[in-house]
Design a binder for this molecule. Sequence first.
Ligand code: SAH
Ligand code: SF4
Ligand code: F3S
Length: 451
Amino acid sequence: MDGEKKKKFYIHTFGCQMNFHDSEKIAGLLSEKGFSEAPDGEGADLVIFNTCSIREKADQKFLSELGRIRKLKRQKPGLRIAVAGCVAQQMGQELLKKAPYVDYIIGPQNLHALMGISPVRTTEDMPRLSIAENPELASMELPAARKKKPFAWVSIMYGCDNFCTYCIVPHTRGREVCRPWESIRREAEGLAAEGFKEITFLGQNVNSYRSGELDFPGLLEQADLIDGIERIRFVTSHPRDLSEGLIRAIGTLGKLCEHIHLPLQSGSDTILARMNRRYSFADYRDKIEKLRRQAPGIAITTDIIAGFPGETDNDHEATMDALKEIEYDGIFAFIYSPRPGTAASIFEGQVPDSIRKRRLNEILALQNDITARKNMSLVGTVQEVMIEGQSEKNAARLSGRTRTNKIVNFDPCPDSRKRIEKSAPGKVVNLKIIRAGLHSLDGRFFTEDGI
Ligand code: SAH
Ligand code: SF4
Ligand code: F3S
């Protein structure tokens, strides 16, 4: 840039881990193009919204932010605005019409379009609308500016073919494509060489991964061999595709952590069928039993939707019973939100808002008791904790995660000689759990040299 002041970008991210990882790729691409990162939207020349449209609320949050940035553009006409992510894909041209002050629309399959962006705006800059289907997606290797060292997300597949009837994702992220293992391995080995310690493999349905002869358990076996990587996680699993092979891998591979996020959505078979989930509660329960036999102590978390169209009180009770029976370590529960273009949005029997909310509250209250009880049962145990850094609530304390993905807050080692060494992000320490809350545990160093 020859002494010229670098143009700055700021990314505002909504949605799932995949979207957050896409933002790391956007940052990586923009850095290569000569941009640097601004601490906030006000200080930026290019503001990117990486959007989510999974529920109406997510949509609305973005639209209100967009209004704010429009005002900023009035004061600062050189400001460029880009909208990426699932809303960009879904609204496309319509968004350009509705918000003509938006400069670029970039769907999740088209991040590479940013390779054309110039730090200095020209008319031959990149196209305003990049939302075409991209069959090359699986073979693209985009640079990622990762923020959470020593933790790294690694995409293994994109898109989704499942078409659960409530879900917008197959409409925004396109058809499922898998990255070749060689490309994933190169990235993972590179991360290990840079000092990353934990990898989370990302895909909407990692269990259906296949590249040539390699399936998902096979991929995990290969990844387990990569020197320098100490922990491996993955999200998300579809219960129907959870194979015996994967259950075995969780029980046997040393680096693979004992946690699985396995979205149930509903405990009622009628509702599961209407959701097009293609498993029954009995199938699901059977897999949970096998997982718990293979990996005792495994943490299991899930997603639940309250008030899906046609859900009766009995169906809701079936979900409550499922929660009581399975005793999840934690859940994400959502009010059903009709999404444009999805099958369920025009189903009969849409449940009134007040009932959806009441059911959601019942689900959350029940689960809070279960989570508290489960966390309490860990008091007195010793857990391997990988340090993340300062605790969010108290900068004098440290925070990390157990292999089962529970947050543990703790005081730094009292011995000042060991203090620095034991505070390093990525370090694994043994901590005794001394207290348990709903969202986190409290630990303390267990042995004199606790490492
Ligand atoms: N691919 C992942 C989940 C992606 S979306 C999977 O299949 O597990 C994350 C969660 O959002 C879903 O599990 C579901 O519980 C919830 N969700 C998706 N669409 C929704 C909608 N229209 N209304 C409410 N919740 C929804
Ligand atoms: Fe959506 Fe279902 Fe695909 Fe998950 S598996 S992303 S819920 S369509
Ligand atoms: Fe949202 Fe798209 Fe992720 S809709 S949850 S950002 S796949």
